[in-house]
Ligand binder design. Sequence first.
Ligand code: IPE
Ligand code: IPE
Ligand code: MG
Length: 244
Amino acid sequence: MAKKIKENELIKADEHLKSVAVIMDGNGRWAKKRLLPRTAGHKAGAANVEKMLMTFREMGVHHVTIYAFSTENWKRPREEVEALMELTFTYLQDVVMKKIEAGENFRVHFLGDKSALPERLRAKCVEVEGLNPDSDYICNVALNYGGRAEIVHAANEAIKAGHTEITEEILTRYMYTSESPDPDLIIRTGGDFRISNFLLWQCAYSEIVVTDTLFPDFDRDAINDAVKEFYSRKRRFGGVEEEK
Ligand code: IPE
Ligand code: IPE
Ligand code: MG
């Protein structure tokens, strides 16, 4: 994707970059380096979410999907899981709702099974999802989300709706992400080269950028670098390279 990029300037997204997804990893290591409890890392991570979303919006990316809690994260110590649920609730109430009430142009959609969440958090998710329904900036929050569980859920929903044969188009329609295009770019912070059950159906042709930066440190410059890396890639979607 040929794109002229000026030094130190925030990249403007074009039609090649409509949808970005982020595996927000490395909060625990960020805390450990500072001899702090893991939950302090999650707090620092949460504080960075807002800044990251604003940066993507400034770039002009309309769909941002963030991995907040996986179906496998329930394996963590009970205190850590409880702290993450509490932090998510507080964040939705004190940051997301306030911003939307103040007229910020974005809306939130949750990916995953809400029924397993603490009731107070589940209800807050439903409330937040009802706000700003017409905004064209959408933040998908993967919460109690697993890519395999999502595919099984979509297949069951299709059966319930009376389909007797599954097609790619039908399955896509019943995915949690049906409102957003597949991610053009998936960024993983924290340096691990794996997908960890994230967007398995949707990642078919996503460009994947892994950065060593830990999520609480994933700032404007680091975001810009990841997007720069995306624009240096040649996407072929199984075809042959386009002539220049
Ligand atoms: C990601 O940070 C946040 C969640 C999974 C909720 P981690 O908590 O996985 O941080 P590391 O990978 O242990 O550093
Ligand atoms: C992926 O991070 C999940 C989220 C960022 C919510 P993990 O820390 O859970 O992934 P693994 O265990 O390193 O694969
Ligand atoms: Mg991790």
